[in-house]
Design a protein around this ligand. Structure first.
Ligand code: NAP
Length: 240
């Protein structure tokens, strides 16, 4: 009998994170629903369980050391961890151009979208190192691509500094981890889910969270000879 794999998905109480948990759960995985609000977390776990998914709650605020360390302890006690999907993120509000940036907002966005990923990844790596199928997926966005942002022929539509640059930073973080983890068997990649109707953008996106979760699920379930240090959407590689 093959061992049941376990994933932690951050920000799994709604949107793309929820559907990533649901998708991995439908594959027979045990899924840790990482979420900071108890009510929203419990509701998501109950909804997943009502579908027959082996979901369990993981209290988690990615901006808080104590919370992240407690989550690692909980997962260790739950039998370990194979995959982390670093999905939690904030926009910091409606897009504003760089010259109108509020530094407190920029700091808050980086704390969640970048430092939160580093905090969670470092806390979970000791568990992942015990897995033979360890994968890390960082939910990025094509708006973080410097190649696309600096191409005048491509309209990405958002000039916001805090959010877009946080995803550029996250892409760099992904590459640095991939370099360090090369040869460890742990594969780490960045994903772009496309423009998705979620609370993040006031439900203005045209893709569904189920469609968006597909790339996270694919990168979470890569074979051992799969890529690491890449940036992907459903169609393939995205330029950094
Ligand atoms: P969403 O519906 O707003 O979900 C974001 C999730 O992150 C929520 O569960 C939220 O929890 C959680 N979160 C925020 N701060 C947190 C913290 N400090 N600790 C723990 N959880 C926290 O957004 P989404 O669209 O599904 O976004 C998921 C990912 O996809 C993000 O990384 C986003 O940047 C990326 N993405 C989205 C789009 C899009 O079009 N939607 C496009 C490209 C990339 P609460 O409910 O407690 O706030």
């Amino acid at each position: 009998m093959t061992k049941q794999l376990t994933a932690l998905i951050t920000g799994a109480n709604k949107g793309i994170g929820y559907e990533t948990a649901a998708g991995l759960g439908r594959l027979g995985w045990k899924v840790g629903v990482g979420a900071r609000d108890q009510g929203r977390r419990d509701e998501a776990v109950a909804k997943l369980r009502s579908e027959g998914i082996d979901a369990f709650p993981v209290p988690l605020d990615v901006t808080d050391d104590e919370s992240v360390n407690a989550a690692a302890t909980l997962l260790s006690g739950a039998g370990g961890l194979d995959v982390v999907v670093n999905n939690a993120a904030i926009t910091g509000g409606p897009p504003v151009p760089p010259t109108a940036s509020n530094l407190d907002t920029v700091r808050a966005v980086l704390e969640t979208n970048v430092l939160g990923v580093v905090r969670v990844t470092n806390a979970m790596l000791p568990l992942l190192r015990h897995s033979s199928a360890a994968r890390i997926v960082n939910m990025s966005s094509s708006v973080g691509s410097l190649t696309l942002q600096s191409n005048p022929d491509i309209q990405l539509g958002i000039g916001d500094l805090a959010y877009t640059a946080s995803k550029t930073f996250l892409n760099a973080v992904t590459v640095h981890y991939a370099n360090e983890l090369s040869g460890s068997g742990i594969l780490i990649n960045a994903a772009c889910p496309g423009y998705v109707a979620t609370e993040l953008n006031g439900f203005s996106g045209f893709r569904t969270p189920v469609e968006a979760a597909a790339i996270a699920i694919r990168l979470a379930t890569l074979p051992s000879d799969g890529p690491s240090g890449g940036f992907f959407n459903d169609e393939g590689a995205i330029p950094w």
